[in-house]
Design a protein around this ligand. Structure first.
Ligand SMILES: *[C@@H]1O[C@H](CO)[C@@H](O)[C@H](O)[C@H]1NC(C)=O
Ligand SMILES: *[C@@H]1O[C@H](CO)[C@@H](O)[C@H](O)[C@H]1NC(C)=O
Ligand SMILES: *[C@@H]1O[C@H](CO)[C@@H](O)[C@H](O)[C@H]1NC(C)=O
Ligand SMILES: *[C@@H]1O[C@H](CO)[C@@H](O)[C@H](O)[C@H]1NC(C)=O
Ligand SMILES: *[C@@H]1O[C@H](CO)[C@@H](O)[C@H](O)[C@H]1NC(C)=O
Ligand SMILES: *[C@@H]1O[C@H](CO)[C@@H](O)[C@H](O)[C@H]1NC(C)=O
Ligand SMILES: *[C@@H]1O[C@H](CO)[C@@H](O)[C@H](O)[C@H]1NC(C)=O
Ligand SMILES: *[C@@H]1O[C@H](CO)[C@@H](O)[C@H](O)[C@H]1NC(C)=O
Ligand SMILES: *[C@@H]1O[C@H](CO)[C@@H](O)[C@H](O)[C@H]1NC(C)=O
Ligand SMILES: *[C@@H]1O[C@H](CO)[C@@H](O)[C@H](O)[C@H]1NC(C)=O
Ligand SMILES: *[C@@H]1O[C@H](CO)[C@@H](O)[C@H](O)[C@H]1NC(C)=O
Ligand SMILES: *[C@@H]1O[C@H](CO)[C@@H](O)[C@H](O)[C@H]1NC(C)=O
Length: 766
């Protein structure tokens, strides 16, 4: 594997562990090879136009409320705070930006310096070099050139709600640390000069050695539903220093107010100076969405006074080791190990915790509630594989994650589609390419959790919520088009439900944007609703939604062209290019995962379906999430795709990783099975990549051992045995996995007949 694109060899070399500085041994406790393999710089995207990337090399435990990152540029929608191609660092940011296409919310930034204070972002950047940078899951460090000579060495670790930073000043004079509360906030990527000025606050308390404050910046406010504007939203922070201040000031719009200890307003920061002989300062930064006082409580609860950076880093490493050590690989190269475990690291970041001390701020009703809560739900990405991965590896969090969505429904009226503090009316981009679509896929998340045995959330309210998704259209449904990132509208949910979908079975292309994608996604969501209804013994509802999910996709199947095609309200066909966003009819024609037999039938039966698949891949229309038909063909395709785009370079793990979805696709592919239809409770077998994978599922008393001797050099599956029984269908049940046991594959270098009956037959048999 390694670097496939020669133009990026240089970047690859810098990222490889051999030439990067290694993590100091104090941060390598407890021992975990899996954690050591993670390199948070992988997948940042660097400067490749083909990888808009954006996974930042952040430090935090799994599903952390706040992730800490060196800031190399101002972040906003489509720009993340760290870009591998940059050469200066302007501060250390506690970020809540969950993906490159979403905005930042309530961040706080600490910027160390020496000499004359440089409060302005552009002026305070310090040069650094990747050779002097160390990135790991629990510890990050970088040496920067101070502006007036000497260096500043920055080290960083974090717990969920508290950052722990340590700055060492070498050969500098007049060290200081600036804390930025507010900045000019970029409203959208179209025009970065179009900004707003959020009004925050800052307080400097030299007795307590604290800088506290608030920052209400929430860049996605322009695409929030108009009925839940989260008016009281703010990020709060409490930064506590272990060294006394020798002087301080508040900076407002670039003007320094010496000796001031309090300020409110726009482009606001405060700084403290230290004795000029100071060499090292530790600062812990508690972050809250409730209040400054809560930020202080978070600090005291998670990183109490006297805690060393080493101790903080250890706690965070333990949390990652508890997860990443659950999978052991044999027969993978060290490059493959890096890609695999870094992908695993990516899958356990979102959604992120937003409760603090047993309470949470809800942007839906603008008040504080008791309970657990999560945000950063990218449901149209994650419903396919990321959610299945979380159910397998973090099942202890699933009840709260589902309950959090149910709370959103109670407080805001709907389950989340893409919650980033509150709902955002962002629509699919590059739709379906890697599984990103439109629709109310929280329906799928709830149904999948239910059928996979998750309990501990309120099933009846969950049912009310998904039933509402499937039956209640958005306000002004017939007169709102709902473009991507449409502003000044209410919840988008199933836009087009009344435009014809309920009545005739499709979303009309002359009334709504992305009409064909919507029709297909709503059909899948109807299927998920029917699965939940069945689970809850709601027989007639189950039948109704099952029927709708199996009927509607075929109402937009154009039998002449053999592709899905949007239709207008009159019933007329809208043309092959209409009704998709950036995806096309090739990609979307596969988007009927609830009815693959129907798809094969409509494509003229098995042989012609396999030909269609071949054209699809050979014609460059590939969608790695869809593998069906001839098993051996699927096996070779999965390897090709995985090995051509996933690697351990800055540009590996492509896309913006969609809150873990792309990594989850890769990880499932590596271990040899994939949840093609997430609410089926089944995984379709592909081709395991390694000789052996041993998995210790949380809560399971027995290991799962997947053996596939020779797999690295043999793509094709000749046979599969589960616990000694020979299995002919390429399907593994969820229960079979999590109970543990043995799965033994016999691999071959030649295509094999195993499981190559038509998928139609196989699914019908099943
Ligand atoms: C980007 O992708 C396009 C299309 O797949 C390819 O032709 C091009 O070579 C790629 N560029 C780089 C720099 O990888
Ligand atoms: C990083 O910066 C380069 C140069 O400005 C840009 O081309 C690239 O798209 C950026 N990458 C990301 C992931 O933002
Ligand atoms: C301090 O800087 C000097 C010169 O820049 C360098 O030789 C020395 O190793 C540095 N010391 C530390 C502790 O980083
Ligand atoms: C700035 O962005 C907002 C929100 O998208 C938009 O309404 C406004 O027209 C833009 N202003 C300018 C000057 O482009
Ligand atoms: C700071 O700048 C903002 C935005 O330009 C302006 O509204 C405000 O009055 C300024 N405040 C001060 C104290 O200069
Ligand atoms: C500044 O902001 C704080 C926190 O929001 C508030 O308590 C205080 O009243 C404000 N002060 C002024 C002068 O607006
Ligand atoms: C630094 O200077 C201050 C005051 O000048 C003095 O009290 C302190 O002991 C010095 N610290 C060190 C480590 O030299
Ligand atoms: C919003 O905040 C203000 C000021 O802190 C408070 O008076 C008001 O009650 C809050 N609104 C809600 C809905 O909690
Ligand atoms: C619905 O449409 C009416 C008439 O155009 C408009 O006044 C109202 O604000 C809209 N409501 C929402 C929630 O979009
Ligand atoms: C559904 O019915 C079955 C069979 O009667 C029963 O075992 C199960 O507990 C019921 N489920 C629910 C959620 O009521
Ligand atoms: C859906 O229901 C209708 C009316 O009962 C029936 O004619 C049709 O065959 C059903 N379709 C499916 C796919 O079950
Ligand atoms: C199917 O697509 C073709 C070609 O775009 C078009 O001429 C025809 O009207 C469509 N509908 C049917 C039912 O063939």
């Amino acid at each position: 594997m390694g670097c496939l694109r020669s133009s990026f060899l240089l970047l690859c070399a810098l990222v490889s562990t051999s030439s990067q500085k290694s993590v100091p041994s104090a941060y390598l406790e407890p021992e975990s090879k899996a954690v050591d393999y993670v390199n948070p710089l992988i997948g940042n995207g660097g400067d490749s136009p083909n990888n808009s990337g954006g996974m930042i090399p952040s430090t935090a435990p799994p599903f952390a409320m706040t992730r800490w990152v060196a800031q190399t540029r101002q972040n906003y929608v489509s720009v993340t705070p760290y870009n591998y191609s940059d050469t200066t660092i302007h501060g250390f940011q506690g970020t809540h930006q969950p993906a490159i296409w979403m905005g930042e919310s309530g961040q706080v930034i600490l910027s160390p310096g020496a000499g004359q204070v440089q409060p302005t972002f552009e002026d305070r950047g310090m040069n650094f070099n990747h050779e002097n940078e160390v990135a790991s899951v629990n510890y990050y460090s970088v040496e920067m050139d101070a502006l007036e000579g000497g260096t500043v060495f920055a080290e960083q670790s974090a717990t969920s709600r508290v950052g722990h930073l340590r700055f060492t000043f070498n050969d500098t004079s007049d060290p200081y640390i600036l804390v930025e509360a507010t900045r000019a906030s970029v409203m959208g990527s179209a025009d970065p000069s179009n900004v707003t000025y959020p009004i925050g606050s800052i307080f400097i308390d030299s007795d307590a050695q604290e800088i506290t404050g608030s920052n209400p910046e929430r860049q996605d406010f322009i695409i929030e539903p108009i009925s839940t504007p989260a008016k009281n939203w703010s990020g709060y922070f409490c930064a506590r220093f272990d060294q006394p201040f020798s002087a301080w000031a508040v900076v407002h719009n670039g003007t320094v107010f010496d000796g001031e200890s309090q300020g409110n307003g726009t482009t606001l920061s405060g700084y403290v100076k230290f004795e000029s002989n100071l060499t090292t300062v530790n600062v812990r930064v508690g972050v809250s969405f409730i209040s400054i006082d809560q930020a202080r409580k978070n600090l005291e609860a998670e990183i109490p006074d006297g805690t060393t950076l080493e101790e903080t880093a250890k706690v965070t490493r333990v949390a990652w080791a508890e997860k990443l050590d659950r999978i052991q690989l044999e027969g993978a190269t060290s490059d493959e190990m890096q890609t695999f475990y870094t992908g695993f690291f990516h899958t356990l970041q979102y959604p992120y915790e937003q409760d603090e001390g047993g309470r949470y701020y809800s942007g839906y009703d603008d008040s504080v509630h008791v309970g657990s809560s999560y945000t950063g739900y990218s449901n149209w990405d994650t419903f396919r594989a990321e959610w299945a991965w979380i159910i397998l590896f973090a099942p202890e969090r699933v009840p709260s994650m589902v309950q959090s969505m149910i709370q959103d429904y109670k407080e805001g009226g709907w389950l989340p589609m893409w919650k980033n503090i509150i709902e955002t009316n962002i629509m699919a981009r590059i739709a379906a390419m890697y599984g990103r679509t439109v629709g109310t896929h929280a329906d799928s998340l709830v149904a999948e959790a239910a059928i996979k045995g998750m309990t501990g959330f309120d099933f009846e309210t969950a049912w009310d919520a998904v039933y509402k998704d499937a039956t209640v259209p958005p306000v002004n449904d017939t007169t709102t088009i709902y473009y991507d990132r449409q502003e000044d509208v209410d919840y988008e949910v199933r836009a087009g439900l009344t435009s014809l979908y309920e009545e005739r079975g499709w979303v009309a292309n002359d009334i709504h944007d992305e009409s064909a994608s919507r029709t297909l996604d709503y059909s899948y969501d109807d299927y998920a609703v029917s699965i939940l209804a069945e689970f809850l013994n709601k027989t007639s509802e189950a039948a109704f939604f099952r029927n709708r999910s199996m009927t509607n996709p075929w109402l937009i199947f154009n039998a002449t062209s053999g592709f899905m095609e949007a239709r207008n309200s009159s019933g007329a066909w809208a043309g092959s290019a209409a009704g998709w966003t950036e995806g096309d009819e090739w990609v979307y024609t596969f988007d009927v995962i609830q009815d693959v037999p129907g798809l094969i039938q409509h494509k003229g039966g098995n042989n012609s379906f396999v030909t269609f698949l071949d054209e699809y891949f050979d014609g460059g229309h590939n969608d790695p999430t869809n593998e069906a038909g001839a098993a051996s063909k699927g096996q070779v395709r999965i390897r090709q795709i995985a090995q051509s785009i996933y690697n351990n370079s800055v540009n590996g793990l492509p896309g913006n990783d969609d809150c873990g979805q792309m990594s989850a696709w890769y990880l499932f592919s590596c271990v040899g099975f994939y949840p093609v239809n997430p609410v089926s409770g089944e995984y379709v077998v592909g081709t395991p990549f390694y000789d052996k994978v041993t998995i210790n599922f949380p809560g399971s008393s027995k290991l799962l051992e997947i053996s596939a001797q020779g797999a690295p050099n043999n793509v094709y599956v000749k046979s599969m045995q589960i616990n000694g029984q020979s299995v002919q269908t390429p399907i593994i049940e969820h229960g079979q996995l999590v109970e543990g046991g043995d799965i033994i594959f016999e691999m071959s270098s030649e295509p094999q007949p195993w499981a190559s009956g038509t998928l139609l037959d196989l699914l019908n048999e099943h």
